[in-house]
Ligand binder design. Structure first.
Ligand SMILES: Nc1nc2c(ncn2[C@@H]2O[C@H](COP(=O)(O)OP(=O)(O)OP(=O)(O)O)[C@@H](O)[C@H]2O)c(=O)[nH]1
Ligand SMILES: [Mg+2]
Length: 218
C-alpha cells in the first residue's frame, strides 16, 4: 500500500513491529535507534504509559535518496501489544508495507504468541491486507532468558511456512539489525517489482540495505 508521489518523486514505506505485550517491540526500535548511524535516521518517538507499556505506537523514521533523486521515507512503527489496545493495532496496521512479528521465546509466553499471531492475521484482513503476501519476518526474542523454546523446535514449526525466522536478544542488541534488514530486503523486492527501483531509480537491493543499516561504527 505504498504511498508514491511521482510528481514530487517521493515514496513512503511503512513497516510495523507487531506481537504480544512485552515481547520487546519497543526495545527493538530503541536498539535500532542506538545501533544505526544518525545519517538518514530520524528521531525516535516513543509514547509510553507510566509503566513503559506502549499506549499508541512508537515511530522511528528513516530517509534515503535514490540516485534518480527519488526520496524514500521509511516509517517503522510498533503497535501496543496489550490485548485491550486492539483498535489502536488496527489503526497502526493500516496501509502497512511489511510486518516484523516479535515473539517472546519464553515457554510461558507460547499461548500469547499464538493469540497475537492470530490477531495479526485477523487485523491484516480487517485493514484489507493479505497475510499470505505481505512482507513478513518473525523474530523470536529474549534468547538470553532461561526456559525458552528451543531454536530447533521453532525452526521445525515455522520452516514449512517459508517465513524468515530470526533469533534475537533485543535487550542486548543481538538480532535486531538482522531482523530489520530481512524485512526491509523483502519490502525492497516488492517495491522493485512495482516501481523498478533498480532499473528506473538506480537503487539496487544491497545499496538500499547498506544505506538503511549503516551502523554508528561504520
Ligand atoms: N531479558 C530480555 N528482556 C527483554 C528483551 N527484549 C525486551 N526485554 C524486556 O521486556 C520488557 C518489555 O519490553 P518492551 O520493548 O517494552 O515490550 P513491547 O513489546 O514494546 O511491549 P508493549 O508495548 O506492552 O506491547 C522490558 O522490560 C524489556 O527490557 C530481551 O531480549 N531479553
Ligand atoms: Mg512497546
Amino acid at each position: 500500500m505504498i504511498e508514491y508521489d511521482e510528481f514530487d518523486k517521493r515514496m513512503v514505506l511503512k513497516l510495523v513491529y507487531y506481537g504480544p505485550a512485552l515481547s520487546g517491540k519497543t526495545t527493538n526500535l530503541l536498539q535500532l535507534h542506538d545501533l544505526l548511524a544518525r545519517e538518514g535516521r530520524g528521531d525516535l518517538m516513543v509514547l509510553d504509559t507510566a509503566d513503559d507499556r506502549t499506549l499508541f505506537f512508537d515511530l522511528l523514521p528513516f530517509f534515503l535518496v535514490a540516485p534518480s533523486g527519488l526520496k524514500i521515507k521509511i516509517k517503522v512503527y510498533t503497535v501496543p501489544g496489550q490485548v485491550r489496545h486492539d483498535a489502536t493495532r488496527k489503526a497502526v496496521l493500516q496501509r502497512a508495507d511489511g510486518v516484523a512479528f516479535i515473539a517472546d521465546s519464553q515457554l510461558t509466553q507460547s499461548c500469547n504468541n499464538v493469540e497475537s499471531f492470530e490477531n495479526l492475521e485477523k487485523n491484516l484482513a480487517f485493514v484489507g491486507l493479505d497475510a499470505g503476501t505481505i512482507p513478513l519476518v518473525i523474530q523470536f526474542n529474549k534468547r538470553d532468558l532461561p526456559d525458552i523454546l528451543p531454536e530447533a523446535e521453532i525452526r521445525q514449526t515455522w520452516s514449512p511456512t517459508g517465513i524468515p525466522i530470526r533469533m534475537a536478544s533485543a535487550l542486548n542488541g543481538i538480532g535486531v539489525i538482522d531482523t530489520f534488514a530481512t524485512l526491509a530486503g523483502i519490502a525492497y523486492d516488492h517495491l522493485d517489482l512495482r516501481y523498478r527501483l533498480n532499473v528506473d531509480h538506480g537503487l539496487d537491493r544491497s545499496e538500499f540495505l547498506r544505506k538503511l543499516t549503516a551502523s554508528t561504527e561504520d
